[in-house]
Design a protein around this ligand. Structure first.
Ligand SMILES: [Zn+2]
Length: 152
């Protein structure tokens, strides 16, 4: 009987410990491939609408109902919209790109900080990690920080 209780408790603890990992993995794997996701559905619906709108203005232009200038203006607008939708859909299919983008933004922000002279914080020239002014080595990548690279 005690074995069963121990086994049960082991599973309970394991489940408790692994649950967040499972959940986050599940989330990452789930959203991009899920066609039922309301946002993806909305985007796909919008894509269909834009494509049919483009067909419609093409048809109306051919019928002479739409002037050439109006047609080109509308077509460009719809094309921009379609491009945006495709990019958004692409983002759902490649969620890691978002992470790359955020990292890039952080790096750009740090670069800006470093060159704005408003901060006494130093940044590693290799990985961009913030380091204390008196550090001789980067805490993140271990790169040696030369005095000439100080300041900023
Ligand atoms: Zn570094």
């Amino acid at each position: 009987m005690i074995e069963i209780i121990l086994l049960f408790m082991t599973f309970l603890v394991l489940g408790y410990v692994l649950y967040p990992f499972y959940q986050s993995r599940y989330r990452w794997a789930y959203i991009p491939r899920n066609e039922e996701d309301p946002q993806v559905q909305q985007l796909q619906e919008a894509k269909r609408e834009v494509l049919s709108a483009i067909k419609e203005i093409e048809f109306e232009h051919q019928m002479g109902k739409l002037s050439h200038a109006d047609y080109e203006k509308l077509r460009d607008e719809y094309r921009k919209k379609a491009l945006w939708i495709l990019q958004e859909l692409d983002r759902f299919n490649h969620p890691t790109r978002d992470v790359d983008r955020v990292e890039e933004e952080i790096r750009a922000y740090r670069y800006k900080l470093k060159h704005s002279g408003q901060s006494s914080i130093r940044f590693c020239p290799d990985c961009g990690a913030s380091v204390e002014p008196f550090y001789k080595f980067c805490v993140q990548c271990g790169r040696q920080l030369l005095p000439s690279e100080q300041g900023g």
